[in-house]
Write a protein that binds this ligand. Structure first.
Ligand code: XMP
Ligand code: MG
Length: 184
């Protein structure tokens, strides 16, 4: 699939799925089953977190509810400015709910920092972050991230929800792109 566009596979499908089981165990230990509105509420950030969200939700041995948010960060296509616009807001109120934001990747951390402030202002009972990937620059912004799948090098990656010009989201693994893809 995608010919030889993927220069190297950074994280295999098996590694992703094993990590999700680990993360699910950690999260399940921290959020005992409470029933009804006590259910853990996962907030997925569209579109990148979709694959992670669906696999993660199914790996969790506790009931979860799911909400999605779409945000767009002003800035160039490869770096964000921290000025964020909501494209799709949550469908429901999160007041008094135990919320975990599910992210695909944290790069500068600016998008997440904005999102945390925005969701915190809605008075959830608790608010944590679970990200599949984190890049080194994320340390520059002080964002508390409780659950991290993989620390990756500062390279642009695609697959498993992550795109380049809306392509490659459907790959089951995560890899880097051949430079010819950017130049064509
Ligand atoms: P910040 O810098 O605010 O940005 O943490 C996070 C958002 O930037 C996108 N992003 C990437 N998307 N491959 C991608 O497909 C990458 O390597 C990458 N790095 C950052 C992504 O939308 C993320 O939510
Ligand atoms: Mg993208």
């Amino acid at each position: 699939m995608y010919g030889d566009d993927i220069a190297s596979v950074l994280i295999t499908e098996q590694q992703i799925q094993d990590k999700i089981k680990e993360l699910a165990k950690q999260v399940a230990d921290d959020y005992p089953e409470r029933g009804d509105r006590g259910d853990l509420l996962l907030v997925g950030v569209l579109k990148g977190a979709v694959m992670f969200m669906t696999d993660f939700a199914r790996a969790l041995p506790v009931p979860v509810q799911m909400e999605f948010m779409a945000v767009s960060s002003y800035g160039s296509s490869t770096s964000s400015s921290g000025v964020v616009r909501i494209l799709k807001d949550l469908d429901r109120d999160i007041a008094n709910r135990h919320v975990v934001i599910v992210e695909d990747i944290i790069d500068s951390g600016l998008t997440l920092s904005w999102l945390l402030k925005n969701l915190a202002s809605r008075n959830p009972a608790s608010l944590e972050v679970c990200t599949l990937l984190r890049k080194p620059d994320a340390v520059k912004v002080e964002v508390p991230v409780k659950y991290v799948g993989f620390e990756i090098p500062n390279e642009f990656v695609v697959g498993y929800g992550l795109d380049y010009a809306e392509r490659y989201r459907d790959l089951p693994h995560i890899g880097t792109l051949d430079p010819k893809v950017y130049s064509s």
